[in-house]
Write a protein that binds this ligand. Structure first.
Ligand code: OTU
Length: 639
């Protein structure tokens, strides 16, 4: 027997002894039999087993006792329906609790609005207690066991989770794994000289080691947080700070850190959270001579946490926030022996970038090529698909991909940054530059969907034609997001076309970070009007999004277990997405140009005769092909 099997047997014995005979305790033991090996083998990759397992077993037993019967029941249901999040009926919404509804109590009252929009998956942006003052939008957590005090309490969180579930909506929260606020208890203890807690972080007495690492480390926020290490007087040393100087990277090579996070996860699961968004997961393992992202140990750690969660709370899933290239992102959903054993969801950053790139260039060849580079993902996983989120857009165009379609990577990235900030001739985009790379001049872009797609500029000028075109562009892009398969994530305000909001400049804790320009306050007056009247920009967008949502919900062909294939060779501004699902072939056609285009029927898979456009409900004779109006979108099925 291998070391792992021996450990498994003895761990199982200890667990069985500690557990009683109740149904939930016996269920837990069954799940240990199913997932315990994955847990222990992954732990063995990274840690001495006796330094983590006893703690984990204790956490399992203790947290299982604390878990409510309602949650045990949810566990049983989801074990029987493990694809719940892959369903075509899953529609996501992402918002800040305060900007959306002031606090958790206010949010409870807005659940009918979310239901009306068709939402069944809600991601509440960072809500755990952050450090005071600047806190990177809540990504500098001071306490994982409390809610930001103006938003509510942990028991209110559990109550909100219950209310959401009653309405068929699951709850996602962020779990920031890579760093804590320098005001977190661990950091305070480290500063006070506690050696054990100093080892929760990467601390160096002088610049020797940091300088070695810096040789190969990129910078995430070069403008407001240059470098990856910060000197701290109390530590009397340099502490690793990938992001801001107040966000201290946690040392995951320390087994105690693993045990701490397992316990934090169990606590969140016991408050009714369904999904954890693993923030900045790519960064959690450091290796000299590398960019310290996507290291193999990241995936071992995730597998261990995932197996732990499957044993303890099988209704919970993980979403990897790994904003990395096509070649790296697959590992977050599991490749090789880890297929299906790490995160269940991962953001599709490349698709997002490629949609914007195709819009700017009115050419889809780069999108087609880049999408063809994606390998299959486990059929039990799904992409989180989005057009905008709370972050800037990094123009992640691969140099060799660009080269293969006749572009220069650097030039194209510069073009996109210029285009979406309105500097390129003819562009109506109103984005703003975020972080400039001194050497290359390359920039990322902030801005809301409505401002980037030209709605803001056209509305301001009162140019009806331009406005119509911009709204079509906007809805066409969202149809791509909703049609791709995986969870479409609607970013708050995008259902109404909210434009850039500069009010963040008044708040000193936000002013230097222009990502706040696309994190506006919800406009409930506008939302009310949009749901009641028609004809306004907001109502046209709201109804457009609702229509896309409804079309998606009646289309089992969009279940995430089957991948979308982006058809190659079009390149003329038309993208074709093929979904060869046993429930029925669906061919999606998008004209991302400002001119009419033609698609011939032999580009449309097996479709012939009478076809239905799921998006409009319209049925028509396919004939030789379809004339595509600017920004038209079709989800075609055999009628
Ligand atoms: C994430 O971001 C969050 O989404 C950001 O809002 C936070 O500032 C950051 O972590 C730190 O907590 O780490 O895996 O364009 O994509 O900052 C990628 C850069 C991240 C972002 C990057 C991202």
């Amino acid at each position: 027997m291998t070391e792992v099997s021996v450990t498994f047997e003895s761990a199982r014995k200890k667990l069985a002894k500690a557990l009683g005979s109740s149904r939930s305790e016996q269920d837990l033991l069954d799940r240990f039999d199913r997932w315990g090996f994955d847990l222990i083998s992954a732990l063995a990759d990274v840690y001495p087993l006796d330094a983590v397992l006893p703690n984990l077993i204790e956490t399992l037993v203790k947290s299982n006792k604390a878990r409510t019967e309602v949650l045990h029941q949810r566990d049983r249901e989801r074990v029987l329906e493990p694809d719940w999040f892959q369903s075509e009926k899953t529609i996501g919404y992402v918002c800040y609790t305060d900007l959306f509804a002031k606090n958790l109590k206010g949010l409870n009252e807005k659940i009918p609005y979310l239901k009306n929009l068709g939402i069944s998956y809600l991601h509440l942006m960072p809500i755990l207690e952050p450090r005071p003052g600047a806190n990177d939008g809540g990504y500098a957590v001071a306490n994982y066991r409390a809610i930001r005090s103006d938003l509510g309490t942990m028991s209110e969180l559990a109550a909100t989770a219950d209310k959401l579930h009653e309405s068929g909506i699951s709850l996602t929260l962020d779990l920031v794994l890579n760093h804590v606020a320098k005001e977190h208890d661990w950091a305070l203890k480290a500063k006070s000289g506690d050696v054990e807690y100093r080892e929760y972080f990467y601390v160096y007495p002088d610049r020797t080691v940091p300088d070695e690492f810096e040789k190969t480390l990129p910078e995430v926020f070069p403008d407001f947080a240059p470098g990856n290490f910060s000197f701290d007087d109390e530590l009397n040393g340099y502490v690793w700070t990938t992001f801001n100087d107040y966000q201290w990277d946690v040392n995951w090579s320390n087994p105690r850190v693993f045990s701490e996070y397992a316990d934090i996860i169990a606590n969140l699961a016991n408050h009714g959270v369904d999904c954890l968004r693993l923030d900045a997961i790519a960064f959690i393992w450091k290796r000299l001579g590398t960019n310290c992202q996507n290291q193999d140990e990241v995936h071992s750690i995730t597998q261990a946490l995932r197996a732990f969660t499957r044993i303890f709370a099988p209704s919970m899933i993980f979403k990897a926030e790994a904003i990395v290239g096509p070649a790296q992102v697959g590992a977050y959903l599991g490749e090789g022996a880890r297929a299906g054993k790490v995160s269940d969801l991962a953001y599709h950053n490349s698709l997002m970038v490629q949609i914007w790139s195709a819009i700017a260039s009115k050419d889809t060849s780069l999108l087609e090529l880049t999408m063809s580079r994606f390998k299959a993902i486990p059929t039990s996983s799904a992409w989180g698909v989005y057009l905008r989120c709370h972050d800037d857009i990094g123009w992640a165009i691969d140099d060799s991909d660009a080269h293969r379609v006749g572009l220069n990577g650097h030039d194209h990235r510069m073009f996109l940054a210029d285009y979406f900030t309105g500097k390129f001739y003819g562009s109506e985009s109103r984005g703003v530059d975020f972080q400039i790379d001194e050497q290359s001049g390359e920039r990322r872009t902030s801005g809301s969907t409505a401002s980037l797609t030209g709605i803001e500029a056209a509305a301001e000028r009162g140019d009806e034609n331009a406005l119509n075109l911009a709204i079509r562009r906007y809805l066409c892009a969202y149809a791509m997001v909703f049609g791709f398969g995986g969870i479409p994530l609607l970013y708050m305000g995008d259902e109404l076309g909210l434009v850039n909001d500069s009010s963040y400049l008044q708040d000193p804790a936000k002013a230097e970070d222009n990502r706040w320009i696309h994190r506006p306050m919800m406009n409930w007056e506008l939302a009310d009007a949009a749901t009641k009247s028609s004809g306004t920009v907001a109502s046209r967008i709201f109804q457009g999004i609702q229509q896309i949502t409804q079309a998606r919900k009646i289309s089992p062909s969009l279940h995430a277990s089957v991948a979308t294939r982006v058809k190659a060779g079009r390149g003329t501004g038309v993208a074709i997405f093929e979904r060869n699902h046993p429930a029925g072939q669906m061919i999606q056609v998008y004209n991302l140009s400002e001119d009419s285009r033609w698609v011939s029927s032999d580009e449309l898979g097996d479709l012939n005769g009478i076809v239905e456009n799921r998006l409009s409900g319209e049925k028509f004779e396919l004939g030789a092909g379809i004339t595509l109006n600017p920004y038209s979108a079709y989800w075609l099925m055999q009628a």
